[in-house]
Design a protein around this ligand. Structure first.
Ligand SMILES: O=C(O)CCC(=O)C(=O)O
Ligand SMILES: [Fe+2]
Length: 496
């Protein structure tokens, strides 16, 4: 067993075995902090998938502080006190190791030491935990009980969101509970190494206590984004086995931890996992003919990677807990309905098959005259962005259609829901209202070049499509629509 980083590092030398290859290093660039990690306020119970920051979580701040103190006191103990826990066998009830348990096999090491112990059932494990500092068992014991309660509440919310019966996760799917305490000593050059290399958490959920030093980063759209350390908050990660159980509706995201030049960072990751041998599979209640299972079952103990039936890409998402009030959604539908019920004369003034207009009411499709068979629908389509400029082109009847007051308007919700897109390249936003359905499109601005994102294209994964201006893309799209060409994406595929 190699020595702990903290027992040999003087903070000045970074051995070669810790230097990651160029493409895997964090580099020197400043990583943006994630501005909008969804915050679950358990006073209000809202959230979404991936990472969430949880506040009002019911774990007393004093207990969080005491726990962090215990972690710190453990790691500053003299080396000989810690030696007896050294082990790379994760089946041990308590193991202290450096980098990873497969230190011997890995080429490059993580700049960290970790203490990992099981927490369930507490009475059975606590005696195996460190005896020093003296209050470790008492304080960390209480902490794990509270975090476990928090985990149960979050899992109940997830049940509700997924439409599963209460208590779905309460038994074997969440009986495994493990705490990993990571110590990242100050590192001579954080740009060259990693504290925790990129990975997905394998379990159901992870409740991470980041403390007061940031370092956690998540991969979003090919870019690493930092999650700010808020001492009183937890970061909750969706694990890969929850991704399976939710049949892909909740997604686990790749993350890593970077090191810090001046400060030691100590974090506590509480993993809620299925019991070994428990069968993990898409929940039967959410799998049906329209939404078939996309994952095979796997046995928890053997779980290494998600086994996937088909393509891992998401084509459609259903969003719940989206922040648009039910009242507002209902009002929106009512306003559409009122529009549809207006006398034909009133609406005929608005008929147009010209999509370049800011507003068009049409039947079937804009190319009605050319198509052989029509769709059984009438549609209203108008631009929504920027709202202030486009709203004047919208229907004047019913009068509420244009209202911008929050809460009793038909359209305000979209402004709320898509606020975030204002600064992006996705400028052209249209909506189509069909009596019973509403479709909102978010599209690039006309001149915008649409191409594979540079950050995800590289030698191993070269671009498979060439870039195209959005305007040209629309022309090809229409040609495919009327059957002049077969497939839009084919037109832009780069041939070897
Ligand atoms: O220490 C951190 O910030 C992340 C730790 C982590 O991702 C893990 O233990 O799975
Ligand atoms: Fe993790």
């Amino acid at each position: 067993m190699e020595k702990l980083v903290s027992s040999w590092s003087d903070g000045k030398i970074l051995p070669e075995s810790y230097i990651f290859p160029p493409g895997k290093r964090p580099g020197k660039q400043v990583v943006l902090l994630y501005e909008s990690v969804p915050v679950i306020d358990l006073g209000k119970a809202e959230g979404d998938d991936h990472e969430n920051i949880v506040i009002n979580h019911g774990v007393p701040t004093s207990l969080m502080d005491d726990t962090r103190r215990m972690f710190k006191e453990f790691f500053v103990l003299p080396a000989e006190e810690k030696t007896r826990f050294l082990s790379s066998d994760l089946c041990q009830k308590c193991a202290l190791y450096t980098s990873n348990v497969d230190y011997e096999k890995e080429e490059i090491h993580n700049w960290r030491d970790s203490l990992r112990h099981s927490c369930s059932a507490l009475e059975e494990c606590v005696d195996y935990w460190p005896q020093k500092p003296l209050r470790y068992g008492e304080v960390v014991g209480q902490y794990t009980v509270k975090v476990r309660e928090l985990g149960s509440r979050i899992l109940e919310l997830i049940c509700e969101g997924l439409g599963l019966e209460r208590g779905f996760f309460a038994k074997e799917l969440s009986q495994g509970q493990v705490l990993a305490v990571h110590h990242y000593p100050p590192c001579p050059d954080p740009s060259l190494t990693l504290g925790t290399r990129k990975h997905y958490d394998p379990g159901v959920i992870t409740i991470l206590l980041q403390g007061d030093v940031s370092g956690l980063q998540v991969l979003r759209n090919g870019e690493w984004i930092g999650i700010e350390a808020i001492p009183d908050a937890f970061v909750v990660n969706v694990g890969q086995q929850l991704q399976i159980v939710s049949n892909g509706r909740l997604r686990s995201s790749e993350h890593r931890a970077v090191t810090n030049k001046n400060k030691a960072r100590i974090t506590g990751a509480f993993f809620i996992e299925p019991m070994k041998d428990c069968i993990v599979e898409p929940a039967k209640a959410i799998v049906n003919a329209r939404s078939p299972a996309i994952y095979k079952f796997t046995v928890a103990g053997c779980h290494a990677r998600i086994s996937n039936f088909g393509s891992p890409s998401i084509h459609h998402l259903q969003v719940v807990n989206h922040g648009v009030s039910t009242r507002l959604m209902y009002d929106t539908q009512t306003v559409f309905k009122e529009f549809v019920e207006l006398p034909a004369k009133e609406k005929s003034r608005l008929l147009s098959s010209d999509f370049s207009r800011k507003f068009a009411l049409f039947t079937s499709n804009v190319d009605y005259d050319e198509e052989e068979i029509h769709n059984w629908r009438d549609s209203l389509r108008h631009i929504c962005f920027p709202l202030e400029e486009s709203i004047q082109f919208w229907p004047q009847q019913p009068t509420r259609y244009r209202t911008q007051e929050p809460c009793d308007t038909g359209i305000y919700c979209f402004k709320e829901m898509f606020r975030g897109f204002k600064s992006s390249r996705m400028e052209w936003i249209g909506i189509e209202a069909i009596p019973d359905a509403l479709v909102r499109f978010i599209m690039p601005a006309d001149g915008c070049i649409v191409e594979p994102a540079k950050a995800i294209v590289n030698a191993q994964s070269p671009a498979i499509y060439e870039g195209v201006t959005y305007m040209d893309f629309v022309k090809t799209f229409r040609a495919a629509y009327v059957g002049e060409i077969d497939d839009v994406s084919e037109s832009y595929t780069i041939r070897a």
